[in-house]
Write a protein that binds this ligand. Structure first.
Ligand SMILES: Nc1ncnc2c1ncn2[C@@H]1O[C@H](COP(=O)(O)OP(=O)(O)O)[C@@H](O)[C@H]1O
Ligand SMILES: [Mg+2]
Length: 357
């Protein structure tokens, strides 16, 4: 649906050009919710602005629905822009227009619809975002969450194939954030709209996205399914982001990073295995003791997970690790310990290396 090839973008700075994006390749499939995460200044906003052609790349190509948008001019440019809706952090509503007037605005701009047609479409859009009762209010009379629902309805007005959301929930409290993310997921399900979510908030990605790319200083440094990237972060930039938002302050990742020696493993249980007493059974079968050094449990979208750093000792540690793997537990050896007596983990299936240096 969206393909970026070798995208570079530089801006004129005081001391010559500043590279905001530096060789970005990215493919986003039709109908998926794709997250782009990175710290402030990483280049996220520049990246979305290239997709809807608010900016043009310095080098490389952008394709949307098979069209090379970097070549688009005039009428085809207007049509492409219309096929891409955008939702902003600060809503960008017209304060002198009512809720209905804001949603009608992009339809009026097309010059293609009569008054009655527009009124009908606006009513349907407001019903979709749950604002039918507020049609005649002005933006200043709405809460932040309601304003963002107006922003979403407006972005959907021209029936776009793609919805770009740049920090769409960053100005909202956590509860409102949850409700807006639920709405976006529902829109994705009902309309099949491809959604690109740009955020610096890990939780937004965790509960909403199918896949995620991590942007760091203008480069995609890691990319994959959300569960893979968040439960097994590899690049230092991803680790930093994951740590910031974990309730344990990243203690688990800190242990992972340090070489404790001994037989220390990081175990990840996902899906149904997160709730099964696998560890105890396998420890008994192999006459192994375990102590849990750190752990966390949670959900990525609807999938539960549990992750523990465990130190193993006893008779058959290698057998226990093999048994865990056979039960579907993801086992990573910490600090290079055990290299001699434990078989290597089977390679994970991947389209391409996830950790790009
Ligand atoms: N219009 C611009 N002119 C000059 N520099 C810019 C412009 N837009 C962005 N930048 C620079 O590009 C880098 C990436 O910015 P941005 O895409 O806004 O990052 P993010 O959205 O991840 O915070 C920053 O260093 C920023 O200062
Ligand atoms: Mg930004």
């Amino acid at each position: 649906m969206i393909r970026l090839e070798g995208i570079t973008k530089s801006f004129a700075g005081k001391d010559g050009p500043v590279a905001a994006l530096d060789g970005v390749d990215l493919s986003i499939a039709k109908g998926e919710i794709f997250g782009i995460i990175g710290s402030s200044g990483a280049g996220k906003s520049t990246l979305v602005r290239l997709i809807n052609l608010l900016e043009r790349p310095t080098g490389g190509n952008v394709f949307v629905a098979g069209h090379r948008v970097t070549d688009a001019r005039g009428k085809s440019l207007r049509e492409l822009r219309r096929s891409i809706g955008m939702v902003f952090q600060h809503f960008n509503l017209l304060s002198a227009r009512t809720v209905a007037g804001n949603v009608a605005y992009p339809l009026e701009l097309t010059g293609q619809y009569g008054k009655i047609e527009i009124a009908e479409q606006v009513a349907a859009l407001l019903a979709r975002v749950g604002l039918s009762e507020h049609a005649h209010k002005y933006p200043r009379q709405l809460s932040g969450g309601q304003k963002q629902r107006v922003g979403i309805a407006r972005a959907l007005a021209c029936e776009p194939q793609v919805l770009l959301c740049d920090e769409a929930t960053s100005a909202l409290d956590p509860q409102t954030t949850g409700a807006v993310l639920d709405l976006l997921r529902q829109i994705n399900r009902d309309l099949g709209v491809t959604i690109v979510l740009i955020t610096h908030e890990m939780d937004v990605i965790r509960r909403t996205c199918d896949r995620v790319a991590v942007l760091d200083r203008g480069r995609v440094v890691e990319e994959g399914r959300v569960a893979d990237v968040f439960l097994h972060p590899r690049h230092p930039a991803t680790l930093r982001l994951v740590r910031e938002t974990e309730p344990d302050g990243g203690a688990l990742d800190a242990i992972t990073a340090s070489d404790l020696g001994g037989r220390t493993v990081r175990l990840t249980f996902t899906g149904p295995s997160a709730h099964k007493p696998i560890l105890g059974r396998i420890a008994r079968e192999n006459i192994v003791d375990y102590s849990i050094l750190a752990g966390r449990v949670g959900h990525i979208r609807e999938t539960p997970y549990a992750q523990f750093i465990v130190s193993l000792s006893g008779r058959d540690v290698a057998g226990a690790i093999a048994g865990l793997r056979a039960s579907g537990v993801h086992v990573e050896l910490q600090g290079g310990a055990l290299a001699d007596d434990v078989p290597a983990a089977p390679p994970r299936l991947q389209e391409r290396p996830r950790y790009v240096v």
